[in-house]
Write a protein that binds this ligand. Structure first.
Ligand code: 13P
Length: 252
């Protein structure tokens, strides 16, 4: 069985008081380990990683980061390396998020370098792919996602874990979600593409991201190739996040 994951991406949100309140509420919501083998991951801003880790002590939650440096340690002012993240207890690193690609000019080449750093540090990269509305309307959605996925070619060490997140750009923070059919169709195409890259496609979780909420999670999770969710806005509200976790746990 593939891993099932609900991941929360806080983006640039949260302060110390929020971290503490959030951890208290999430611990209470996850007093029982989620059923169905669901892994829960939360990715706060880097500066709050250790505070969140301490506040969540004992809870069944993995720590994630939202980004990592494309280089190893050295004279690179302002960069946080994957090795530093791993050292702080981070297991998952989100790489190639569309906000990083569009606002910070991350190219596929940069994404590939970051993936290499994450693998070298022993972190599990969560590689984000997704098309813009313009690309979808031009019939290029599949080609764009496959191109973004192809950076994995020859890069994944034997036995290393990797997670894919399909996040259509037009669905992020817009309240517009892909239909469960659109999500399932793209996930199946991505799984086939992973196989063509020589990767163990059946074992690689593919998460859906883009306006996942408590009320649409169950229908998105109905797709057999949808292995969980990468949640932005709704991950900031523990009640909503817990409902999304429950929806995945309850999937048969
Ligand atoms: P929203 O859930 O706020 O649409 O964000 C999705 C996302 O970008 C997660 O990485």
């Amino acid at each position: 069985m593939r891993a099932r994951i609900v991941a929360g991406n806080w983006k640039s949100n949260g302060r110390q008081a929020f971290v503490e309140a959030y951890a208290t509420d999430l611990k209470a919501a996850l007093a029982q380990k989620p059923a169905g083998g669901v892994t829960v991951m939360v990715a706060p801003p880097d500066v709050y990683l250790s505070a969140l880790k301490a506040a969540l002590e004992g809870a069944p939650v993995e720590l994630g980061a939202q980004n990592c440096s494309a280089t190893a340690e050295g004279a690179y002012t302002g960069e946080v390396t994957a090795g530093m993240l791993a050292d702080q207890g981070v297991r998952y690193v989100i790489i190639g998020h569309s906000e990083r690609r569009s606002y910070y000019g991350e190219t596929d080449e940069v994404v590939r370098a970051k993936l290499a750093q994450a693998f070298a540090a022993g972190c599990v990269p969560v590689l984000c792919v997704g098309e813009t509305l313009e690309e979808r309307e031009a019939g290029q959605a599949e080609a764009v996602c496959k191109r973004q996925l192809s950076v994995l070619e020859g890069l994944v060490p034997e036995g290393a874990e990797v997670v894919i997140a399909y996040e259509p750009v037009w669905a992020i923070g817009t309240g517009k979600t892909a239909t469960s059919e659109q999500a399932q169709a793209m996930h199946a195409q991505l799984r086939a593409a992973l196989g063509s890259l020589g990767l163990p496609a059946d074992r690689i979780p593919i998460l859906y991201g883009g306006s996942v909420k408590a009320d649409n999670a169950a229908s998105l999770f109905a797709g057999e190739d949808v292995d969980g969710a990468l949640v932005g806005g709704a991950s900031l509200e523990v009640e909503s996040f817990a409902c999304i976790i429950a929806a995945l746990s309850e999937r048969t």
